[in-house]
Design a protein around this ligand. Structure first.
Ligand code: KG4
Ligand code: ZN
Length: 340
C-alpha cells in the first residue's frame, strides 16, 4: 500500500473528534486533510467534572455533525480505513464512536481498527514532521492526562512497557481537583497554569510525594489534603497557590521522568497527553533533559494535539494497520479498562 487515507474517530471522554489523515507507506502522516474537535468542556463545567451519561448523549449528536463536516461532499468511502478509540475511557462514550465506525465500515466495506487511546497520545507527537526526523528508539514517554500518568518505555512502534505510573490520582486529575478546591472550575489544568504565570511558586510549601523514592511510581492524592488545609484557613493568594501547585506537580513528573530515562537508557524522551499543554512542564522538562541526560533528544506533542483529538487516533491506527491489524466490524467493542 502506498499512500492511504485514514478516518479517525475519538469519543472516549469529553471531546468528540473526527479526522481525515493521509499517511505514507511507512505510516508517516503526510497531511491532515481535515480535523474537527468539539469540546464538551462548557457542558460539564456546570457539574464540576465529566458526567458520563451527558458525555455519551452529546457525542451522539456531535459525531454525526463532525462526520458530515469532515467528509463534506466527499463520497462516503473517500478513505481507505477507519481508526476508532476502543478504550480506555467511559464505556457509553466509547460506544458512540464505535457504533459510528461500525456503521461506516458496514456501508463502505473498509477495514476498521480499534485504537488504544493511550497509544493515540503517544502517536500525537508523531504528527509533527520535525519530531519524526529526530525520533529514535528506545524512547521513554511521559504520558500525562486527566485519567492517566504513565512512564512508557517504547522499544518500537506498538512495543510498550509501562515502567512507572501514579498510584492514585493522575497529574491532570491533581490539577482538576486542586482547582475545584480553589473554586476555579473545570478543567483545572488550564485555569491553574494561567494564574500560575502571575504567582510565586515558593509561596506555599506543598508536598512532593515519592520524589526521593527510588521507584518510578508517583502519587498525587496527598496534594489535595495540603491544598484543602490552605483553602480552609480562609484567605489565600490564588496566583501564588496556583504557581505552587503547578511547581509541585511538575517537579515530581520531571524527577521521575529523568530517573526513568537514566534507568532505561533511552535515546528519546517524549512528552504527550493533555497535561503536556502545560507551558511550565514543557520548558522545565526540556531543560532537565538537556542538562541531565546527555545526548538524549527531547520531543513534545504540539499543544494543539495535547488534549484529546482524532488526528492522533488516526496516526496510531496507521501504526496498527501497517502491522496487518484490523478488527471485525461486527465484533469490535469498547474496552473501558484497556491497558497499553
Ligand atoms: O488527554 P486529555 O485531553 O484527556 C484525557 O485523556 O484524560 O487530558 C485532559 C487533562 C485535564 O485534566 C486537564 O486539566 C489537563 O489535561 N490539562 C492541563 C492543561 N491543559 C489541559 N493541565 C495542566 N496545564 C494545562 N495547560
Ligand atoms: Zn486523552
Amino acid at each position: 500500500m502506498r499512500k492511504f487515507r485514514i478516518l479517525g474517530l475519538e469519543t472516549s471522554c469529553d471531546e468528540t473528534s473526527v479526522a481525515l489523515l493521509d499517511v505514507g507507506a511507512r505510516g508517516e502522516p503526510i497531511r491532515l486533510v481535515k480535523h474537527a474537535v468539539s469540546s464538551q468542556i462548557e457542558i460539564h463545567a456546570k457539574y464540576g467534572g465529566v458526567v458520563p451519561e451527558v458525555a455519551a448523549r452529546t457525542h451522539v449528536a456531535e459525531v454525526v455533525a463532525l462526520l458530515t463536516s469532515v467528509l463534506g461532499s466527499r463520497p462516503l468511502g473517500a478513505f481507505d480505513a477507519i481508526a476508532v478509540t476502543r478504550g480506555p475511557g467511559l464505556a457509553t462514550a466509547l460506544r458512540v464512536g464505535i457504533q459510528a465506525a461500525q456503521t461506516l465500515a458496514w456501508l463502505t466495506g473498509k477495514p476498521i481498527v480499534g485504537v488504544n487511546h493511550l497509544e493515540g497520545h503517544l502517536a500525537s507527537a508523531w504528527l509533527l514532521p520535525e519530531n519524526r526526523r529526530r525520533w529514535t528508539f528506545p524512547a521513554l514517554a511521559l504520558l500525562v492526562s486527566g485519567g492517566h500518568t504513565e512512564l512508557v518505555l517504547m522499544r518500537d512502534f506498538c512495543r510498550y512497557e509501562v515502567v512507572g505510573s501514579t498510584r492514585d490520582d493522575a497529574a491532570g486529575e491533581a490539577f482538576d481537583k486542586s482547582a475545584k478546591l480553589m473554586g476555579l472550575g473545570y478543567p483545572g489544568g488550564p485555569a491553574i497554569s494561567r494564574l500560575a504565570l502571575k504567582g510565586r511558586d515558593d509561596a506555599y510549601k506543598l508536598p512532593r510525594p515519592m520524589l526521593h523514592d527510588p521507584s518510578l511510581d508517583m502519587s498525587f492524592s496527598g496534594l489535595k489534603t495540603a491544598i484543602r488545609q490552605v483553602v480552609e484557613k480562609g484567605s489565600f493568594q490564588k496566583n501564588d497557590l496556583s504557581a505552587s501547585i503547578e511547581a509541585a506537580i511538575v517537579d515530581v513528573l520531571i524527577a521521575k521522568t529523568i530517573r526513568a530515562a537514566k534507568k532505561t537508557r533511552v535515546k528519546t524522551v517524549l512528552l504527550v497527553g493533555g497535561v503536556s499543554a502545560n507551558a511550565r512542564l514543557r520548558s522545565d522538562l526540556e531543560r532537565a533533559v538537556r542538562t541531565q541526560l546527555k545526548g538524549v533528544t527531547f520531543l513534545k506533542t504540539p499543544v494543539k494535539f495535547s488534549t484529546d483529538n482524532a488526528a492522533m487516533i488516526a496516526a496510531a491506527g496507521a501504526w496498527r494497520l501497517l502491522r496487518g491489524e484490523s478488527h471485525d466490524w461486527k465484533k469490535i467493542d469498547a474496552d473501558p479498562e484497556l491497558a497499553l
